[in-house]
Design a protein around this ligand. Structure first.
Ligand code: FE2
Ligand code: FE2
Length: 245
């Protein structure tokens, strides 16, 4: 049974936070696991890079989750859609600001900044799910809209270099990897042509001869980070090969 430490209390996901909409519950659980991984990392004298990777994935997953909820609420005609979305937008802004605080903090302060991020995210998630999501849950049922939450990504433990080609070529390396999407950090700043929705080819040399995958840019983040969605799914063996070498 999954428990969450919240304001010095232990709360139980199953009893206190489950909405009864399977895909949304799964995403909420993933969000708690990701927040927990930030706090576990903080106990192990992490490097700033490790914290960056971990919090970036958390921020990315928060955004995807909020977008997923919004799609469902809008397709289901939720009357409270606008105010719910406004809360998401405000939070996205806060999460982004907090994370850049970590990236910009000095070598001594990043742990403090990361623990603030962790607290804020956790509090917001618990309160938002218990109140705001709970009220909207009947409008979060996926029915047959064909929208699917993406599976979580995991941290790549070794540096896997990739190249994206579109209008030009840019290179970078994989930070997080999942069957349908990758989180990349580019070696140089994000060029203008590389914006959300653009189709690119991704060259993954470790995959061998057919190491080229069509994909599209899902999101761009400050500090050279990009999420790409893959046109064809990677199988688990390919993922294992990529992240473990
Ligand atoms: Fe939610
Ligand atoms: Fe929500």
């Amino acid at each position: 049974m999954e428990t969450i430490q919240y304001k010095n209390k232990s709360i139980n996901f199953e009893n206190d936070l489950k909405l009864g909409v399977e895909q949304i519950d799964e995403q909420h659980l993933t969000l708690f696991r990701l927040t927990r991984s930030v706090s576990q990392l903080l106990d192990k004298s992490p490097s700033q890079h490790e914290i960056d990777v971990c919090t970036l994935e958390l921020e990315a997953y928060v955004q995807e989750h909020l977008g997923f909820e919004e799609t469902l609420m809008s397709k289901n005609g939720y009357p409270g859609f606008q105010s719910h979305k406004q809360l998401h937008d405000d939070f996205t802004k806060t999460a982004r600001e907090l994370r850049s605080k970590i990236s910009n903090s000095g070598s001594n302060d990043f742990k403090q900044a990361a623990s603030e991020v962790f607290e804020t995210l956790l509090n917001w998630l618990v309160e938002h799910i218990m109140d705001v999501d709970q009220k909207a849950k009947d409008y979060m049922i996926p029915r047959d809209f064909g929208v699917q939450p993406r599976p979580p990504r995991i941290n790549a433990t070794k540096n896997v270099v990739v190249e994206l080609s579109g209008e030009q070529k840019v290179s970078g390396f994989i930070k997080n990897i999942g069957p349908e999407s990758l989180l990349l950090t580019l070696s140089s700043s994000i060029p203008q042509w590389l914006s959300e929705g653009v189709n690119v080819k991704l060259h993954l040399l470790p995959l061998g001869d057919d190491g080229e995958i069509n994909c599209s840019i899902t999101r761009t983040y400050p500090e050279r980070n990009v999420v790409v969605s893959l046109d064809k799914k990677l199988d688990i063996n390919q993922i294992a090969k990529l992240i473990n070498g």
